[in-house]
Design a protein around this ligand. Structure first.
Ligand code: GZL
Length: 340
């Protein structure tokens, strides 16, 4: 989808370039708020000259994964690489993300990108971005909007597959053994929580010996994962395995298990998703048993999508990241080279 605004932006850049060459001006792409029509259009131009202005509305800073994801985006969308990045942290609140997106619309940025904290409730603000002729790229998490014209691309993981990989490991590891499982879900209503739960359940379906005896959200944070696990341990004396939707909640569960006088990874197995450094260290130390990787390093691919959009090209609608899994032995080998 090529936005008229971006076509004007490109043309304005060409005019500005010619003007500079003709007049021998030194600065090109300064803060001039130029537009091919000579006037600020409805969305306005963010006044960043030749830089591509991107408004990014991040979920928050809830986990090691999110920190690595933010770093990847901020390290890639730099002025040296041709971007003027405006970045906001929503503290895991949808209303804050919507407010940030509306601010980017008002500023007339060239492209909006965000990681929707939950799947629902985005149509209105995405309609506003569309009306302002500003393309939107979804990174990391998806929305449940029926109208796929509201965003250009989705870039991220297949969370159902991640859940299936975690469930399949449990099936393969325990065969017909009776296993009581407790589940630490991610943020309620988020795509990764919904899909990792569905994928795991589909993998263990038909294996009645594998029972999910309790399931509750830990909101993807270490502290909430620990608190929920403490409750699970008090209510269920015979837990065999924890399935945590991310490493951080798994690390919280690990602390609760140790505080209860049990050995994580031995008395109670721990299976998680992400593969951030702290999780991989717990896996290498034998306190976790299996991790499904979910890559946060989306910055370079986001930069490519944004440049395609501004150049009038149409990126793929759904771009899924390459990911693997880790056993304890594989974690020991991989740790030294991990980027995050
Ligand atoms: C997954 C991402 C999730 C991570 C969590 O792509 O949205 O959010 O698995 C993070 O660690 O909080």
């Amino acid at each position: 989808m090529v936005s008229r605004k971006n076509a004007r932006h490109r043309l304005a850049g060409a005019f500005a370039g010619v003007a500079v060459l003709a007049l021998g001006l030194t600065a090109c792409g300064g803060s001039g708020n130029t537009d091919a029509g000579g006037d600020a259009d409805a969305g306005g131009d963010s006044g960043s000259g030749d830089l591509i202005t991107v408004g990014f509305a991040q979920v928050g800073a809830e986990s090691g994964w999110r920190a690595a994801n933010t770093k990847s985006i901020q390290d890639t969308l730099t002025k040296e690489n041709g971007f003027d990045l405006k970045f906001s942290d929503a503290q895991q609140k949808q209303e804050n993300q919507i407010q940030a997106i509306r601010s980017y619309i008002a500023q007339g940025v060239d492209v909006i990108a965000f990681s929707p904290v939950v799947e629902s409730g985005w149509d209105a603000v995405l309609e506003e971005a569309k009306a302002a002729d500003i393309p939107v790229v979804l990174t990391d998490r998806a929305v449940d909007s029926e109208d796929e014209s509201l965003y250009v691309s989705f870039l991220g993981s297949d969370f159902v597959v991640e859940g299936e990989k975690a469930g399949q490991w449990v099936v393969d590891e325990f065969g017909d053994e009776e296993i009581n499982i407790v589940e630490l879900q991610g943020t309620t209503g988020s795509a990764p929580a919904n899909d990792r739960k569905a994928g795991f359940e589909s993998a263990i379906e038909g294996h009645d010996n594998l029972k999910i005896i309790a399931s509750q959200t830990g909101n993807f944070t270490r502290s909430e994962g620990k608190t929920v696990m403490e409750g699970f341990l008090q209510a269920n004396p015979d837990i065999d395995l924890v399935y945590a939707h991310n490493d951080d909640m798994g690390l919280g569960a690990m602390e609760a298990i140790e505080a209860a006088g049990k050995v994580p990874g031995v008395d109670i197995k721990i299976v998680t998703v992400d593969a951030v450094k702290d999780g991989m260290q717990a896996l290498a130390d034998g306190k976790f048993n299996f991790i499904v990787e979910c890559s946060p390093l989306l910055g370079p691919q986001l930069a490519e999508i944004v440049k395609q959009v501004v150049a009038g090209e149409t990126p793929e609608k759904r771009i899924i990241t390459e990911e693997t899994t880790f056993t304890q032995e594989q974690a020991k080998e991989a740790l030294p080279d991990r980027q995050y």
